[in-house]
Design a protein around this ligand. Sequence first.
Ligand SMILES: [Zn+2]
Length: 578
Amino acid sequence: MTFSIKSVSILCVLCASVVNGFSLDREAFSFTNYDLNVRIEPDQHRLAVRGKITLRNDSSTAQRIAVLQISSSLDWRSVKVEDKTLQFVSRPYTSDIDHTGALSEAIVTLPQPVAPEGTIGLDIAYEGVILLDATRLTRIGTPEKTAQSTDWDQIGTSFAAVRGAGYVAWYPIATEVADLSEGNSLFEVLGRWKAREASSKMHLQLSLARGSAEQPPEILINETTCHILTAEVSSAQFVSGDCTYPALGVLIPAFVIANYQALRRSTIEVHYLTGHDAAATAFADAAEKVVPLITEWFGSPRERAKAADLPDPGAAPFESGALLLTPLASTDPKLAGLVAAHQLTHASFLSFRPWIEEGLAHFAQAIYLEHEKGRQAAIDYMGLHRSPFAEAEKRTSTPRSEDEVNRSLVKTASEELYRSKAMYVWWMLRDMIGEPALKKALAAYHPEQDKDPSYMPHLIAMQTKRDLEWFFDDWVYRDRGLPDFNVESAFSRKTLGQAYIVTITVDNMGAAGAEVPVTVKFTGGEVTKRLEVRAKSNGVIRVEVPMAPQEIVVNDGSVPESDMTNNVFKIEATDGRK
Ligand SMILES: [Zn+2]
């Protein structure tokens, strides 16, 4: 073991010493601060950016070269350090992290090497057009219409909507190649980028000019501390927004510019396009009905949730922070409440930890469905989220310890984990400690006091006498995969009355423990009890039923499991034993 670690590190030293112009470490630098002045010319589909970025060397070796990447439809104009123009080579770099399927890369020679953890500020300028472009999807065979409804970003004359990293690199990034035809490649590259940028700041000044006769458009940004100004100078009208992201967290900086009408209610504002009045009203009405439930769980909204319309009725919705972009006219009014539950949770509860921020917003959707249609509807809904991450959790070999940590809910940048898996974790916690206790823990949460990943787990542990350390270890601090339950044995015996006592042993073959519902069915009814079964072990429970038991079902679907096909146990004979 010692030998292999040693030889790996020797290899790395060798790699570092042979780094030259042809093998760039594109992920050496993180961009810790952006201060960008963005001028938009909708009629020309153009965007021109001047600004300053701060780079930090996150690698373990000094770096002489910095790689800056923007969308391939944009061009680098200049890179400077304190007024000194730096030499750079600009070249296309094929990568599916951008909608065009390529990036414009500036390979910049720095004035002197930047030491590990050292920083450097660069003044940058770039410009170009952002047109509807779904090349990265069409070249892997996605039909054009579907591809354009997915990659709908563009700057158009009457409508502009542009999302950041992972969609359009409209601000500089630095990533290794992402390839959509290669499994999780895009996902992993983007995950690493987001993790590196989680605590980065961004200050944006967006501006555009219009003829004074026109209705001034609205600028919407997925950050709440924005000041929007409209000024008239001679015959032109200048609309500008000044916005700051204190820390990007999981946010992908995005802006929308459109001639929206706005419907403003006390808890939600809906920005809609001409002709979509009815849909906007339906959405706002549905959202308002959800407010009491969300408030009860997550407190009163800190801000108004925002929904904004997309013109393409087939456009895939996008949410980031409290802003939702969705084609309102084609949003099923029946689903509006479900969608609103998510947005309102973001407007009420703030955390920079994705498993808390997004996990709770998805959990709120399950709670909403349970409230409207009962527990089974919520479990069915969560079930739709199960397969993508259950696939990711499949274990073919014993996971390495660092993978268990890196893929843990407190560290992961994987959406499937911090959204879907986290939703289940919140649901399981509620089932284990009860609704009042979990609500109290959430009420005690203050994001400014969240200095340690164990802060939230501690708040939860304080509300119960139960030991939950094992649960947090298996599900939150580490990624131990999923449990796999089956009923190992069941014995039933008649009591002196007419009842039966069934003694059930549940085995968990997985490496994550859970408390799971165990249901005993009999003619005309069923009895459910909950049983804690730790990882790679078993648990025994006795259940009393009024009639001869016929079937035992472990797990009602509220605990994500790697194999749900072995969860039913039939009791054929009723003569006492089986
Ligand atoms: Zn969300």
